[in-house]
Design a protein around this ligand. Structure first.
Ligand code: DOR
Ligand code: ZN
Length: 422
């Protein structure tokens, strides 16, 4: 059985083919790209755009231990609905993904229950306690693609240095959640005018920026690849920009919510606008957009962080940090970056595919004959309203519920299988 996508506008971020063409898929592989092709099963994609399957290098699928929020099956369906065919799962599950047995568990569950490609990250320190290093070499052999204590930073600079030295030795990127915990402690939103007015304790931008700087400097000492997660401040972007100029092996990501919303979204005490690092200010959004435009920002990731309605349905200060991301990321990127003219659609897709893939050295994120048939078919102009009854995720914690966005995923194909159709 071959699958044929007909009359699609092909958007290949590596620019090898573009225009309205047909794509024939055989045995999970792109067999042919051209005009007038035929196949057994046909998707008519006239008026739609086809790009490589999206890649998200920062998601939380909560399995094992917190399956009421999400599990690998539901998380992968949410990814497919958002157009993602490859994700990197974070290791702050319960228990943590910090040893070979746990990595094997995630791999097995991904095989048994996942509908997309799930590539695990593992903790850098045992139990994410910031003390003893994990067995990174062994974990890498089992398929781990990055090490990270995401969810928190590593407090000790000495331990962080050793982590980076070991990660460099085994050639794994360290994905850094940058946060001075002492400075951020007790905070629930961005420190500033809105926090003061609402009487909510703040998290200063310096808590993030100090650690972006420290962690990059330690990576330079260790000659390691450090990937800075979810940069939220104009100052943080500038630190990365300067580090890149010095030649540091640093990459960074930004999340759609951080360029779509400011901390004003917290004014209604909506706990679905609570995440860590928090929503910042207009000036920071402008800094992020400049970073995207000048290449300081390497990719867009979601930090998809599901929490149940019960957990989120408490006073703002007591709600857990984190929001859904996978099912709105493409539309938010189109709505907030492409539509206003900040970047082209081609660049947006690059940030969500090839650029993200490059950070973890994935063989995906491009359209080529002989390559894996991971494809996303979307309508870049379709408007839709985010509704809480249509998420594939088990959770509902999105600040975008009720918002009308532009750009809608119509089909997601992973390894030649149709894993989502709108
Ligand atoms: O908002 C967040 N949620 N930030 C993190 O660092 C962790 C994540 C989670 O696991 O819920
Ligand atoms: Zn995260």
């Amino acid at each position: 059985m071959s699958l044929l996508i007909k009359n699609a506008r092909i958007l290949d971020p590596e620019g090898k083919c573009s225009g309205d063409l047909d794509i024939r898929i055989d045995d999970g592989t792109i067999a042919e790209i051209g005009s007038g092709l035929s196949g057994d099963e046909v998707i008519d994609a006239a008026g739609l755009t086809v790009c490589p399957g999206l890649v998200d290098i920062h998601v939380h699928f909560r399995e094992p231990g917190q399956e009421s929020k999400e599990d690998i099956a539901s998380g992968s369906r949410a990814a497919a609905r958002g157009g993602f065919t490859t994700v990197v799962t974070m290791a702050n599950t319960q228990p943590r993904i910090d040893n070979a047995g746990m990595v094997e568990f995630v791999n097995r569950r991904a095989r048994e229950t996942g509908c997309i490609r799930i590539r695990p990250a593992a903790c850098a320190t045992k139990g994410m306690l910031g003390e003893e290093l994990t067995e990174m070499a062994e974990l890498k052999e089992l398929g781990v693609v990055a090490v990270t204590d995401d969810g928190q930073d590593i407090a000790s600079s000495a331990v962080m240095r050793r982590v980076l030295e070991y990660a460099a030795m085994v050639d794994l990127p360290y994905m850094a959640h940058c946060e001075d915990e002492a400075l951020a402690k007790g905070g629930a939103m961005n420190e500033g005018f809105t926090a003061t007015r609402l009487g909510i304790p703040g998290i200063p931008k310096a808590a993030e920026e100090i650690r972006i700087d420290r962690n990059i400097r330690l990576a330079e000492v260790a000659d390691a690849h450090i990937h800075i997660q979810h940069v939220t401040t104009a100052g943080g972007i500038e630190i990365v920009r300067q580090a890149k100029k010095r030649g540091a092996k640093v990459t960074c990501e930004v999340c759609p919510h951080h360029f779509a919303l400011t901390d004003a979204a917290v004014e209604t005490f909506n706990s679905n606008a609570k995440m860590n690092p928090p929503l910042r200010e207009q000036h920071d959004i402008e800094g992020i957009i400049e970073g995207i435009q000048d290449g300081t920002v390497d990719c867009i990731s979601t930090d998809h962080a599901p929490h149940t309605p019960t957990e989120k349905g408490v006073e703002f200060e007591f709600a857990p940090f984190g929001i859904l991301g996978l099912e709105t990321a493409l539309a938010l990127t189109i709505t907030e970056l492409v539509k206003p003219g900040h970047i082209t659609l081609e660049r947006a897709i690059q940030l969500l595919t090839t650029e993200a893939a490059r950070i973890c050295k994935f063989d995906c994120g491009t359209l080529r004959v002989g390559g894996p048939a991971d494809l996303t078919i979307f309508d870049p102009a379709e408007e839709w309203t985010v509704s809480d009854d249509s998420f594939a995720s088990k959770s509902r914690n999105s600040p975008f519920i009720g918002t009308t966005l532009t750009g809608r995923v119509r089909h997601t194909i992973c390894g030649g299988e149709i894993v989502y159709t709108a």
